[in-house]
Design a protein around this ligand. Structure first.
Ligand code: SF4
Length: 404
């Protein structure tokens, strides 16, 4: 399939950095607005608040919000709420944040734990699925809740999971397993912790000699850029090598405030990657995804993974097809900067781990040659090389020339 770059990424306006300001909260002081704790205290969490701010709520959203507290709570920071276009039912931020009644329709192949995390958990809150790394879940709270969340069985505690991690037990497991060289802190969102609490955890992990590498998975820079304070960045800087994976799905999320927050993390020497989820009527579009990937680079973030949406119960209305994902990958590879191309993966249902899926570029392969196709659809032959230890002809002895 060959597609024309010029028609693919015309989205200049999608790449503009905008600030939505205080919007509905115009009477709030500048200092309150920029205070992350104020943002958390004033989140939209009830149907009444939502109706007042968004009189255009549809019957599906109304019914979904009524039921949200039995499944995955409703919570949206005022900052992020301002990104919603109330006049557009298909607004990409609205689709990700406002509950819909379809969340209660579960297909037989959908699951509450689609990545099989609970079955790979030797200690509560610790997932050890891959040989040399662990997922360290620190909290079940997030600044806002994504309606397609893979961990909706536990985050927000609406479904009664009662997540109570015991850090001492989680850390003891890591200490006892010398093969663990990489720890990913996630949840919920670790950056909801105070600087002091986070520093305590990171110090404990850094003190383990075989832990080489720390990561934090967070959506806070997107939901709550006010949290990325200079003090937080200075604290995180002590724990290098420390990488941060953010989660952003649409260029509208990359505002002036988010770009500045990500810049502060990057200035602290923290490599940044993005994990996006392919979502129907959010980002399942070549132009939107192209703009998103390029805009991430402008924010100093490398697009890391594009996830096929997990088979989370009640997510069918948000899941785009694998066909669409492959079409987007085909449109990115070769048509834009290689750094802007994420790895598209399906987390194998039930706990098989991430499986990369890609358009086919190797057409045939035998002992003598590989037939490959480039992004323009042109076909090339590459002669196959021999494997194994190279053998060299014995060096010829060079006779010393006779001196005259
Ligand atoms: S931020 Fe991450 S953990 Fe929290 S609700 Fe969204 S996807 Fe789930």
């Amino acid at each position: 399939m060959h597609t024309d770059i010029k028609s693919q990424f015309p989205g200049r306006s999608l790449k503009e950095f905008k600030s939505h300001g205080r919007g509905f909260w115009r009477d709030v002081s500048e200092s309150d607005w920029n205070d992350w704790r104020w943002q958390l205290k004033n989140r939209i969490t009830t149907l009444e608040q939502l109706q007042r701010l968004m009189p255009t709520l549809t019957p599906e959203e109304f019914a979904g919000t009524q039921l949200a507290n039995q499944k995955l709570s409703l919570a949206i920071t005022p900052y992020f709420f301002n990104l919603i276009d109330p006049a557009d039912e298909l607004c990409p931020i609205r689709r990700q944040m406002i509950p819909r009644v379809e969340e209660t329709h579960a297909a037989p192949w959908e699951m509450s734990d689609p990545c099989g995390e609970d079955s790979h958990s030797p200690v509560p809150g610790l997932v050890h699925r891959y040989p040399d790394r662990v997922l360290f879940l620190v909290t079940d709270r997030c600044a806002s809740y994504c309606r397609y969340c893979t961990r909706s069985r536990l985050v927000s505690n609406a479904a009664g999971y009662d997540f109570h991690p015991e850090f001492d037990k989680q850390i003891a497991y890591i200490e006892q397993h010398a093969e663990i060289r990489d720890v990913l802190l996630s949840g919920g969102d670790p950056l909801l912790f105070s600087d002091e609490k986070l520093e305590y955890l990171l110090s404990r992990l850094r003190a383990i000699p075989h832990v080489e590498f720390l990561r934090i998975g967070t959506r806070i820079p997107i939901f709550l850029p006010q949290r990325i304070t200079p003090e937080l960045c200075a604290m995180l800087k002590q724990f290098h090598p420390l990488f941060v994976s953010i989660h952003s799905n649409h260029p509208r999320e990359l505002t002036v405030e988010v770009r500045d927050a990500l810049g502060r993390l990057a200035d602290a020497g923290i490599p940044l990657g993005n994990q996006a989820v392919l979502l129907k009527h959010v980002n399942d579009d070549v132009e939107i995804m192209g703009a998103q990937m390029q805009k991430l680079l402008m924010c100093r973030v490398k697009p890391y993974y594009l996830y096929q949406c997990d088979l989370i119960a009640g997510s069918a209305h948000l899941r785009a097809s694998v066909r669409k994902g492959l079409e987007i990958m085909e449109a990115l590879r070769g048509h834009t900067t290689g750094y802007a191309v994420p790895t598209y993966v399906i987390d194998a249902p039930g706990g098989g781990g991430k499986v990369p899926v890609s358009p086919e570029y190797v057409l045939s392969h035998n002992a003598d040659r590989v037939m490959i196709r480039n992004y323009e659809g042109k076909i090339f032959e590459y002669p196959e090389a021999a494997d194994g230890t190279p053998t060299f002809a014995a060096p010829k002895e060079i006779e010393e020339p006779e001196l005259a």
